[in-house]
Design a protein around this ligand. Structure first.
Ligand code: CS2
Length: 499
């Protein structure tokens, strides 16, 4: 039988698999991470593994999941070990990571998570809980007071269900125990993630206890960060490939591209791991880095996912190989997105567009359009709507960004059409859009008016701008028509390139 990855196997790994460069025996955990999904394993946990190899310190990670999946049977059964396969064309760089010391499942109640988070030995909590986890309203960034989990947490603060509720309760416990200051670092791909986290935590705390909110202000840091690495969902084929190549099985394996990047605001509470020594950029202002990444790389991914799905394509690399989609997204980024971006010191923005599109061409990264289109409503705010709003304020054209936004609407509408729905969208506004599409049928101007009236997503300033509504409605009519690809070609001057 093929053996399964376990601590006892570290000395017997095949030479092609790199192993942790540190001794796991004396590891101590000073970091807790909430949301131990593929991204964390490919990103923060790898940087920390590098750090532990370079300089021993109390920075082992305790991984916590507040939502499914359970970790006990995968990472837990492997002593926290897992294999990261960085894929580039035919090349595989496999490495077993040893930075996760233990994992804690807290899906059926907050107690296990609170026990870890309240431990004074924990000095840094990192989080990847997806956009929805913050219980905020994407259009404003503020805590959503009507969110059912937030209401429940205000009614029963000692048994919180939401992420902000769990953090506030943990901070309350730390305060009562006289624990040292703490850094809470959001590593989610949401704009101004540190500010949003600070906002939802302090707002919820203040609603319960003003003194607790003041203690949090004085004792907790919420650095803002930009994180980057493409890490699609792992498939059975990936796990099978690992077993075939290396002769062991790994239920917690992850795959990603070779590229990685982490920029974090230099503002922590108390001692911190020396992240700069492993290539993390510590800066005073993360915003320019974040805007560039979200509007260019993520903007391209969301645009391609929606338009690619409408054109019957499956993966990002299929989309970008299509000359029409590639020409469209590149023109959109260069002509409309780039002029909205503040300069990033030492970086050539045009070259960044080229590098981002090249990353999306990596055929070994099987990132499904439907995966990226999941929760698109939460993502378009920063990826597409924010640059559009800026351009409209300056009186600049938004024809290409409108096509991308219309693509996201068309993705939800086509998924909602009762007969012959090609896919089932997974999005917090999917039910609202389905009700709108049922009521209005194929009437693009009315659809755009109704969908952009969803105030949690579309800022009123944008939704009420006539140029926004007419441009998006024109594009929506084209994309809901019989030939979305032909329509795209007509919008970006590539008709001649059509086969
Ligand atoms: C993707 C991101 O699923 C998505 O929304 O756009 O996960 C993307 O791959 C990462 O942000 C890359 O750093």
């Amino acid at each position: 039988m093929t053996p399964r990855l376990a601590p006892g196997m570290l000395d017997r790994l095949p030479p092609a698999v790199a192993r942790p460069g540190h001794d796991r025996a004396g590891m101590v955990s000073g970091i807790a991470h909430i949301g131990v999904g593929a991204f964390h394993r490919c990103h923060q946990a790898e940087y920390i593994d590098d750090l532990l190899a370079l300089q021993p310190g109390p920075w082992g990670i305790t991984g916590i999941n507040l939502r499914p999946p359970a970790l006990a049977d995968t990472l837990g059964a492997q002593g926290g070990l897992y294999t990261r396969m960085a894929l580039d064309g035919d090349r595989v760089a496999a490495r077993v990571m040893g930075s996760i010391l233990k994992v804690v499942d807290s899906q059926s109640g907050p107690a296990p998570a609170l026990q870890v988070l309240a431990d004074p030995a924990i000095r840094l909590v990192t989080l990847t809980v997806t956009e929805k986890g913050y219980c905020h309203r994407p259009a404003t960034g503020a805590l959503d007071h009507d969110h059912p989990a937030i209401r429940a947490d205000l009614a029963a603060p000692e048994a919180p269900r939401s992420l902000p509720g769990v953090l506030v309760r943990a901070l309350e416990m730390r305060r009562a125990a006289g624990a040292p200051p703490l850094t809470l670092a959001s590593c989610d791909n949401i704009p101004a993630n540190g500010r949003i986290l600070r906002g939802v935590v302090t707002d919820l705390a203040a609603r319960r206890d003003e003194a607790l909110a003041r203690w949090i202000e004085a004792n907790v840091a919420f650095p803002h960060s930009m994180v980057d690495r493409i890490a699609p969902a792992v498939s059975d084929a990936d796990r099978d490939r690992l077993a075939t190549l290396y002769g062991y099985t790994d239920a917690a394996a992850v795959v990603c591209e070779p590229f990685r990047h982490w920029v974090i605001e230099d503002g922590f509470a108390g001692p911190m791991p020396d992240l700069a020594s492993v290539g993390v950029q510590l800066v005073a202002d993360v915003a320019p880095h974040e805007l560039l990444k979200m509007r260019v790389l993520n903007g391209a991914q969301t645009t391609l996912a929606a338009l690619g799905a409408l054109c019957g394509l499956d993966h990002t690399f299929d989309d970008i190989e299509d000359p029409v989609l590639a020409a469209f997204v590149s023109r959109m980024l260069v002509e409309e997105t780039l002029p909205t971006l503040p300069p990033v010191p030492g970086l050539d923005a045009q070259a960044y567009v080229g590098q981002s599109l090249d990353r999306l061409r990596n055929r070994a990264i099987r990132h499904r359009n439907h995966q990226i289109a999941t929760d698109a409503s939460q993502k378009i705010v920063q990826r597409l709507l924010a640059p559009m709003a800026e351009r409209l304020r300056r009186g600049q054209p938004v024809g290409l960004l409108s096509v991308a936004v219309a693509g996201c609407m068309a993705y939800l509408i086509r998924g909602a059409w009762r007969f012959g729905a090609p896919w089932t969208p997974d999005d917090p506004i999917a039910a609202d859009v389905a009700a709108i599409a049922d009521r209005l049928g194929n009437d693009p101007p009315a659809l755009v008016r109704a969908i952009s009236g969803l105030a949690a997503i579309f800022p009123a300033e944008l939704a009420q701008t006539p140029a926004f509504r007419t441009e998006v409605a024109t594009a929506l009519a084209g994309l809901l028509g019989p030939d979305p690809r032909g329509y795209l070609a007509s919008r970006c001057g590539t008709a001649a390139a059509l086969p």
